[in-house]
Design a protein around this ligand. Structure first.
Ligand code: NAD
Length: 491
């Protein structure tokens, strides 16, 4: 595949101006909806082949989210594309100003394997809504979904503007040599650095949707019922999102010492309730994506320093890429599992003498993509809000912030750069062009030299008026002049 030729063809199609039209964007968004609805079964099958995802999980996290994103964009496109009026200072009198969202051009989207359908199509929805041409590079590690996207996208979408390029690191490197108008990357911080370095050569803007370790804090609870809900919601974010292979999954837990045993107990009971005594028999638990990731995860378990900290699980089966939900109590803070992103079904639980010390614990590490806090105490919520920084901060739940159109999704610091979802996706793929219209009348004489004290005073006085103040003064002066004229004529 000649990638340079593809990029040149797409540039020249984009320059034809087709994507500026709202109808083109609406047609493409409707075509995405059609693609998803007409091929739901094939999509769920591909996700099962790649990750052993259950139908319900795959529908909830991939199919439904893409449908929502496309519908939300269709509903709001008119509003998003409308110019935004901006108020002006006196110096710009008489005139008007607005922001016009224009497409960036031809954008490149890289995706990951863990939500390979959603993480390809949700950014695509934003890029199309904003009127861009797109080259989409799905993850080679979710090969069935990548093949399906490469088959369906040309069938449903405008091939002159939207193309799929399949491949691994070699194709990625070739794509990165070319000049794009924007690169939207979802993946690891390691590859994110490679992408940003390559983009810098062309001064190409990037959005980096990265990961890292998402801490989950559990405070003392008012009741056992609260603790049980906490356990269920942690199990949801950890094992019900692709078996922990999700950027927003709780990576480790910091728990108030006195309730650690009760929390671990509730987690175990919840896991058994959801996946049975032997989760290897459950079809509701996703599998590890491939052998490399499986071996990466088993290496954590083979670390002698954590061997006797496993309090639940630990079983695995390489042939079936199965790994049991596993809980570790107080593994050493120097171990790899406490210093690398786990991205799998292993959950360390660290006990804290004072749960407030979690703040310092988190702040001494890179800024996370998400922080979760389970508490009944408002002052602890306030402290987390004011004293920590993260892509998102969620109280009393995990993972669900990803599914909300009204909230931006993205990281900060090591966990990412930029944001998307809903209107934020449209903004991410747009340039907000500043447009100013000036009338040729009136001409403000004190903006030009030769300077004198009077002009300087006028300049200073003008700062005291805002635009509408100036309009009123102008209309007042105009009225005064016309009255003087009339009186003079009558005399
Ligand atoms: P990855 O960084 O290995 O791969 C991501 C993409 O980069 C893939 O399309 C891959 O083909 C491409 N790539 C691989 N080598 C490359 C190279 N040398 N140059 C350019 N591109 C290259 O990530 P992954 O293993 O697919 O995903 C796991 C990571 O992604 C985790 O860190 C996780 O937290 C993060 N993630 C983030 C989000 C988010 O929305 N913030 C979502 C899912 C996953």
């Amino acid at each position: 595949m000649d990638l340079r030729k593809i990029s040149e063809e797409m540039k020249s199609s984009f320059n034809g101006g087709k994507t500026l039209c709202m109808n083109w964007r609406r047609n493409q968004l409707e075509a995405i909806l059609k693609l998803v609805v007409e091929n739901e079964e094939e999509i769920l099958d591909a996700l099962h082949t790649d990750l052993g995802k259950s139908q319900t999980e795959a529908y909830r996290d991939e199919v439904a989210l893409v449908i929502n994103a496309a519908r939300f964009a269709l509903k709001n496109l008119h509003k998003w594309m409308a110019p935004i009026g901006v108020s002006l200072p006196l110096i710009a009198f008489y005139g008007s100003a607005s922001l016009i969202a224009e497409p960036l051009g031809v954008v490149l989207i890289f995706t990951t394997w863990n939500f390979p359908f959603n993480l390809a199509l949700e950014p695509l929805v934003g890029a199309i809504a904003a009127g861009n041409a797109v080259v989409l590079k799905p993850s080679e590690m979710a090969a069935a979904t990548s093949d399906l996207l490469a088959y369906l996208i040309p069938k449903y979408l405008d091939n002159s503007m939207i193309r799929v390029v399949q491949g691994g690191p070699e194709e990625c490197a070739k794509l990165l040599e070319l000049k794009w108008d924007k690169i939207f990357f979802t993946g690891s911080a390691r590859i994110g650095r490679i992408v940003m370095t390559a983009a810098a050569k062309h001064l190409t803007p990037v959005t980096l949707e990265l990961g890292g370790k998402c801490p989950t804090i559990v405070d003392r609870m008012h009741s056992n019922d609260d603790l049980l809900v906490t356990a269920k919601r942690i199990v949801f974010g950890k094992w019900m999102l692709c078996n922990g292979q999700a950027c927003v999954s709780p990576d480790y837990i910091l728990v108030q010492e006195e309730i650690a045993a009760a929390l671990v107990d509730s987690l175990k009971k919840t896991i058994k309730k959801f996946y049975g005594e032997d989760p290897s028999k459950s079809s509701d638990l996703s599998r590890i994506v491939n052998k490399n990731h499986f071996l990466r995860l088993t290496k954590y378990l083979q670390d002698p320093s954590i061997a006797n900290t496993i309090v639940y699980g630990g079983r695995h089966d390489e042939k079936r890429l199965y790994m049991q939900p596993t809980i570790l109590l107080n593994p050493p803070l120097t171990s790899d599992i406490m210093n690398e992103e786990i991205f799998g079904p292993l959950l360390p639980v660290i006990t804290m003498k004072r749960i407030e010390d979690s703040i310092e614990f988190i702040n001494s590490r890179p800024k996370p993509l998400a922080i979760y806090l389970f508490t009944n105490r408002e002052n602890l919520r306030k402290r987390l809000l004011n004293e920590t920084s993260s892509g998102s901060l969620v109280f009393n739940d995990t993972g669900v912030q990803f599914a909300l159109d009204g909230l931006p999704f993205g990281g900060v610091g090591e966990s990412g750069l930029g944001k998307y979802h809903g209107k934020y996706s449209f903004d991410t793929f747009s340039h907000q062009k500043a447009v100013l219209y000036r009338s040729l009348f009136p001409e403000i004489f004190f903006r030009y030299p030769p300077w004198n004290a009077f002009k300087l005073n006028m300049l200073k006085t003008s700062l005291a008026f805002d635009y509408w103040g100036a309009v009123l003064v102008f209309l007042g002066l105009k009225k005064m002049c016309s009255e003087v004229n009339r009186e003079q004529k009558m005399e």
